[in-house]
Design a protein. Structure first.
Length: 52
């Protein structure tokens, strides 16, 4: 992706609500309008979930 930006929105999966999906879509439209790439990462485990 030379000469462009990548905007990544990171959320914990268990905290994502329907209203957040609307916000992600609006952010995606704004990013595309600016010529940026956009992605959402929300499949993450809660903090400490990987610890015994």
């Amino acid at each position: 992706m030379p000469d462009t930006a990548l905007l990544i929105n990171v959320r914990l999966a268990h905290l994502v609500e329907d209203k957040d999906l609307v916000k992600f879509a609006a952010t995606a439209r704004a990013a595309v309008a600016a010529g940026w790439h956009y992605m959402v990462a929300f499949g993450l485990a809660p903090p400490g979930a990987d610890r015994p």
